[in-house]
Design a protein around this ligand. Structure first.
Ligand SMILES: [Zn+2]
Length: 224
């Protein structure tokens, strides 16, 4: 059985969550999101979870070795033995090195790093257009999915607001952090011959078709 071990890269607003869900279903991959995993380990009170909790309680970033330890344990679990999709990890090239070393120890490796590319202005357009209803959190988009009446929820008539997270200044700051963290990773996987780029400006269905075809081809090549 061929393993398919994928890394998902892309800016906020690129639709990584949607693509991850679909790829997980297409190829029966374990979808491993660092954020979800941290919360789960803390909730279960594992040794790693307790370690992570100490840093979070102190308002500090959880150090690389703790995150890497969690990932190493997670990708060794049964449901990830035939393939996984990493979302939110690695965040830097030293984490990428640690991941490669961990995999190599058990004769495994990364199949590809998938980059969903979206220009900054498009990310800003997508995210600043979001409006959320105050009462129930129904989500709209001023251009892509507008309510029938401006700033009023179709479903419950409550007022629509723009969350602070969706304001342009916040988004530009997140994009700067993303560029700073991810640019070296893109080079890293490019140099390793593992990077595959996808045009995230396209319709999510098209992006999905393109990624699925690429991954299917990689799997066939591995089987030869
Ligand atoms: Zn509503």
């Amino acid at each position: 059985m061929v393993e398919t071990n994928l890394i998902l890269l892309g800016p906020p607003g690129a639709g990584k969550g949607t693509q991850a869900e679909r790829l997980q279903a297409d190829f029966a991959l374990a979808h491993i999101s660092t954020g979800d995993m941290l919360r789960a380990q803390v909730a279960r009170g594992t040794a790693l979870g307790q370690e992570a909790q100490k840093y979070m309680n102190a308002g500090e970033l959880v150090p690389d070795e703790v995150i890497v330890g969690m990932i190493a344990e997670r990708i060794d679990q049964q449901d990830a033995r035939e393939g996984f999709l990493l979302d939110g990890f690695p965040r830097n090239t030293s984490q990428a090195d640690a991941l490669a070393a961990t995999l190599a120890n058990s004769g495994r490796r990364i199949t590809a790093a998938l980059l969903i590319d979206v220009p900054d202005d498009e990310v800003v357009r997508r995210l600043t257009g979001r409006r959320v209803c105050l009462k129930s959190g129904h989500v709209y988009h001023v251009e892509l999915d507008p309510p029938k009446r401006e700033d009023v929820c179709d479903q419950d008539g409550s007022r629509l607001i723009q969350r602070d997270d969706d304001k342009e200044q916040t988004i530009r700051r997140r994009l700067e952090v993303y560029a700073h963290q991810t640019a070296p990773l893109i080079d890293y996987y490019e140099n390793a011959g593992l990077l595959r780029r996808f045009d995230g400006r396209r319709d999510p269905n098209e992006v999905h078709d393109h990624i699925r075809a690429t991954v299917a081809t990689l799997r066939m090549e591995e089987e030869l």
